[in-house]
Design a protein around this ligand. Structure first.
Ligand code: SF4
Length: 611
């Protein structure tokens, strides 16, 4: 403690970041300050009245300071260090896979809309963010119904010989086969961009004028087509709620707090219309609300989402000025943080606040329901602990080849994808499912870190036996483990009318016969969800590994075919079969594959087919 006091006393008198560590030298909190010395002294001198401070101070055994030139640099460094260390007492906004944007690169010859998770500085246009896959898909549907742009990927686009079904159902004008001119296609792109920018009014005016011209020229077919398009756009725009006459881009953050549970809810307004809403994960923290909000904002805007011109907040943040500067730099245009007092901004904030409150209520209800299911599961399986944290394992392989294992994690009955893990099996090459399960379990629990309450293995008595032996070997006997297996009963010959079912059996340690949880449907349903998710995750990885290995192993045998050439071949032909059956001339057409390499590839596959 003396050493710590000494460090606090001599803290640098300038801006920077501080890392607080516990007795195991783990970083438990990262913060930034305009003046590190003043901030450090306020922690330990009792002058900081924030509720979290006494709690935090009692856990700090060491502190590290990193000096920066400005407070803004400190903010960036703080963000990076939080991401790196994931400290226990900071707000950690996990990488949320639900952050979507829509991208279009107008520099391409025939641009298309794409759904992306990251906004890059690549000169393309991005729209969003969208709160969920559902709202993005809805927007995509509208877009493609109204604007017949291509949906295919670049590779398919370049290699198509005939238009696909999109052309037949009039959702694409088939630029792949030259059925639309560049100029005509660009006009559609421009209209789609106006629509996405929320400038539907301007777009409708342009279309009406084109419709009139078409009618004047007695092109009634074209006029009718444009009329239908105008109708579709008007219907879509009616669904977007116009909430402001100022047509500004705004993100509005509502916050609801009950004790140490904070729920933040964002409403995204673009050109005056609400285009999306987002519920952030419930935060459990002793931090002040404004501090938690500041932390969340910094991490959120660091994920690459679009920064709007105005960020509406429910309360002032201590570091609002520096956050404003940082956002302005990110956006390359002025950004204002505003705590509204009246008007449409205040009304939007009220909406975000009441949504935050509702979201918290819904979360609590879900937690209560899940708690009931977990209690039921603990009771019917006679578990030692409430299975709040469940981990489930599955193995996937084909006769021992491409063997992989998966681990999925459910917290309070809810999947937490950031904690999923996949394993490439290293020790087994034959179809030894038990041995593979052993390897995966030993790799996961060897470090004895973050041990769950319940381990589920996909399989019967054998797999459970492996799990129990691994846990015993590691001194983790107190952890509950079960096996979940499907019972496949043979269909009686000719028994078409017989009801055939797969019933799940639960294997427990020290119990000969399996349990059928038919009287506990909710508990069974949870276990099935967990098992099915592990299965899905394992199979997806298995496929990936197989594809990669198949490709690599074949081409690896051909001298002079390195990484770049492999990629070029696959990009050009798309499938292995096509490479294998290609003529020397076709192979030579691939960029980077000269005559010699083409000969070697040709000889290789044709020699194989002869042998
Ligand atoms: S018609 Fe051609 S350009 Fe349009 S989506 Fe199909 S393949 Fe792509």
């Amino acid at each position: 403690m003396d050493l710590l006091r000494e460090k606090i006393k001599n803290a640098p008198d300038c801006p920077g970041v501080y890392l607080m560590k516990d007795r195991d030298d783990r970083v438990i909190y990262v913060g930034k300050a305009k003046n590190l010395r003043a901030r450090a002294r306020s922690y330990f001198g009792g002058t900081d009245s924030r509720k979290m401070i006494p709690f935090l101070v009692s856990r700090i055994k060491d502190v590290e300071f990193i000096i920066t030139d400005t407070e803004k640099e400190a903010l960036i460094l703080e963000n990076n260090l939080i991401k790196k260390h994931r400290p226990k007492y900071n707000i950690n906004l996990r990488d949320d896979k639900n952050f979507y944007s829509i991208r279009i690169d107008t520099k391409e010859d025939f641009p298309r809309f794409q759904l992306v998770r990251r906004v890059k500085k690549d000169g393309a246009k991005y729209f969003g963010p969208y709160s969920s896959g559902a709202s993005v898909k809805e927007t995509f549907r509208y877009l493609h119904r109204i604007f017949p742009l291509r949906t295919c990927r670049d590779l398919e686009f370049k290699t198509r010989k005939r238009p696909c079904v999109e052309f037949q159902i009039k959702r694409c004008l088939a630029p792949c086969c030259g059925l639309v001119t560049d100029k005509e296609y660009r006009k559609i792109v421009a209209g789609a961009i106006l629509f996405m920018e929320g400038r539907g009014g301007k777009l409708i005016r342009q279309l009406r004028s084109r419709m009139d011209k078409a009618a004047e020229a007695l092109d009634f077919e074209e006029a009718a087509r444009i009329r239908d398009k105008v109708g579709a756009i008007e219907t879509t725009l009616e669904k977007q709620r116009i909430v402001s006459a100022s047509f500004k881009d705004r993100d509005v953050f509502g916050l609801h707090r009950e004790d140490d549970r904070i729920q933040v809810y964002a409403v995204h307004v673009r050109k005056g219309a609400i285009i999306g809403q987002r519920k952030f994960p419930l935060m459990k923290t002793r931090m002040e609300s404004s501090e938690a909000l500041s932390s969340l904002l910094k991490q959120y805007y660091n994920t690459g989402v679009t920064v709007p011109g105005e960020v509406i907040l429910p309360e002032y943040m201590e570091d609002a000025r520096v956050v404003e500067q940082w956002l302005t730099e990110k956006k390359e245009g002025k950004v204002l943080l505003i705590v509204p007092r009246r008007g449409d901004k205040k009304a939007l904030l009220a909406m975000a606040l009441s949504n935050a409150e509702n979201a918290q209520r819904a979360e609590e209800k879900l937690e209560a329901d899940n708690e009931e299911v977990l209690e039921g599961l603990a009771k019917c399986l006679l578990l030692k602990k409430m299975p709040r944290r469940i981990e489930c394992f599955d193995i996937s392989n084909i006769s021992g080849k491409y063997a992989v294992g998966s681990l999925v994690f459910f917290n309070q009955g809810v999947p937490e994808k950031s904690c999923y893990r996949r394993f490439r099996i290293k020790t087994k090459e034959d179809a030894d499912d038990y041995g593979m399960m052993r390897e995966v379990l030993e790799r996961r629990y060897g470090g004895k870190k973050d041990i769950p309450d319940l381990i589920v293995v996909d399989g019967g008595r054998g797999q459970l036996g492996v799990a129990l032996s691994v846990l015993h070997g590691l001194g983790l006997e107190e952890v509950d483990a079960i096996g979940l297996a499907k019972e496949s009963r043979a269909r009686p010959a000719g028994g078409l009318s017989t009801i055939y079912r797969d019933r799940d059996r639960v294997y427990l340690p020290n119990r000969k016969n399996p349990l059928y949880l038919s009287k506990h449907p909710q508990a069974l349903f949870l276990l099935q969800r967990v098992r099915d998710e592990a299965h899905r995750f394992a199979v997806t990885y298995h496929r990936k590994v197989k594809e990669k290995e198949d490709f690599r192993s074949l081409l690896d045998d051909i001298p002079g075919i390195g990484k770049a050439r492999k990629r070029a071949l696959l990009t050009h032909f798309l499938e292995m079969d096509k490479i294998a059956s290609a003529s020397r001339e076709k192979l030579e057409e691939v960029p980077g594959i000269g005559k010699d390499a083409a000969d070697r590839i040709f000889e290789y596959f044709h020699a194989q087919s002869k042998s």
